[in-house]
Design a protein around this ligand. Structure first.
Ligand SMILES: [Zn+2]
Length: 285
């Protein structure tokens, strides 16, 4: 094994390092958090990565997109391509599968069902719901991260985020109360139904541009990476739900339990094709 990993082998041994090299990890969403996670996984020496995102680089991403440079924004390159280049520059031997598709495509769903671990770095509850169901159905561990910056009358009142480690049959985003099911269902409706809803004055209001800062993304991305490391190298059991409260400078490991009669943690686990994830596939995706 190359000397590149000497200092971390002092932490989790050659066996732990070998487990990282053998790991296959998916990342969904290569924005502010996902690109941080990709960088960390490359440094750690994770052997195989599957990258899913159909989004392209904009100039407004350049305050936080790890590996992104101004020419990427000018040419509107795919974020997965920028991340692939960044991973290769750190870890040339990594196997990288690039899926420049929306999560709601057959190609993305099929690629993700082959990943034993997925990092969820998505912005919408609809996408979180699809990932939650996919992870349970195909017995994938989902490590889901999100940041939040709350403003009131031009004042920041809170900033922080959370990481949920959802292992099949143990815990899920629904048990953690981290999906607004009503919002998720509306986001997953067909465009026709969404339009109809808007005409009648219902539905999701316009979402403003969300604030985003590289350092906050880094905190949550690295909390998620540490839980992945703890789990993969058997350092300790991963925490199910970590919350970062930026105003207080505090990280709290919540003692969450599985909800009794949770549909995802019960019925969906191992259901594979019967979960019918293709019903979420968008036309022309
Ligand atoms: Zn659950």
């Amino acid at each position: 094994m190359s000397e590149r990993f000497d200092r971390q082998i002092l932490v989790f041994g050659t066996q732990g390092q070998a487990k990282l090299g053998a790991a296959h990890v998916g990342i969904v969403g290569l924005g502010g958090i996902g690109s941080h996670i990709a960088q960390g996984l490359a440094f750690l020496g994770v052997g195989t990565l599957t990258l899913v995102d159909d989004d392209r680089v904009e100039e407004t991403n350049l305050n936080r997109l790890i590996g992104g440079v101004p020419t990427d924004a000018k040419s509107h390159d795919l974020k997965v391509r920028v991340t692939e280049r960044m991973i290769r520059s750190i870890s040339p031997e990594a196997q990288i599968r690039v899926v420049p598709k929306n999560l709601r495509s057959r190609e993305a769903i099929d690629a993700l069902t082959e990943c034993p671990v997925i990092f969820g770095c998505v912005d919408y509850d609809g996408a979180r719901l699809v990932l939650m169901e996919l992870a349970a159905a195909y017995e994938v561990t989902l490590i889901d991260s999100a940041t939040e910056i709350i403003q009131s009358e031009n004042q920041i009142t809170e900033f922080g985020g959370r990481v949920v480690v959802a292992r099949p049959g143990d815990f899920c985003l629904d048990c953690a109360h981290q999906i607004d099911m009503e919002v998720a269902k509306q986001e997953l409706e067909s465009l026709e139904i969404q339009e109809l809803r808007k005409e009648h004055g219902y539905g999701l209001g316009h979402r403003g541009t969300a604030p985003s800062v590289v350092s906050l993304n880094g905190v949550l991305a690295n909390l998620a990476l540490n839980e992945f490391l703890a789990m993969t190298t058997n350092l300790r059991e991963p925490k199910r739900h970590l919350v970062y409260y930026g105003m207080r400078g505090k990280v709290n490991a919540r003692e969450d339990q599985q909800s009794p009669d949770c549909y995802t943690c019960g019925f969906l686990v191992g259901s594979r094709e019967r979960a019918n994830l293709y019903r979420y596939v968008l036309p022309n995706s």
